[in-house]
Design a protein around this ligand. Sequence first.
Ligand code: VGL
Ligand code: ZN
Length: 212
Amino acid sequence: MKSNTTTRDHRALLLVDLQNDFVQGGALEVPGGLEVIEVANTLIPKFSWVVATQDWHPADHQSFASQHAGLAIGDQFLLEGIPQVAWPDHCIEHTHGAEFVSALDQDRIDHVVRKGTQRLIDSYSAFYDNGHQHSTGLADDLRRHGIEHVIAMGLATDYCVRATVLDAISEGFRVTLVVDGCRGVEMQPGDSERALAEMRDAGAEMVRSGEL
Ligand code: VGL
Ligand code: ZN
């Protein structure tokens, strides 16, 4: 059991998509993705509430290039009117690729948020789908636990981390991003740097894991 040593901890650690398909050898490998697992394991014991997101797609998810004749991986298209990148098949529900990386200290995860479960809409953020129509319930769940401050890290900086951090800020949480705990896909060079600037401009505080 975890002990609650602080009087009242209003902080939660939010681990974004630390799944096999996003690390070395995975279907949507994020360069250096495996390196952040150690960062996560170092931070987990410092928090009394740990949330992890899990990208969790049906096998025929329409964000997959394989579902569209004439689309190649990395192409941009409109999915039900919403801009979408065509991804390789990844994080298919109940497969090895969708599982958390085994080196991650999963015993200390209190709550898992699965996203991208609806075939016609993608969901980068831990809070809402990409059309901002359906909530995952995470914001209310965090508030119910007295959380005011979210410390985020994970994969990928330029997609799911970015969307999660921007939504957390809009939801009224104080947000800190652990920069060395993130890696980007970089479909275009500079995407991660641009995402970091966007998150900073929106109000995210940037720290390194050693400062926490
Ligand atoms: C992600 C692309 C597609 C991510 C998930 O975790 O950043 N990126 N699905
Ligand atoms: Zn996905």
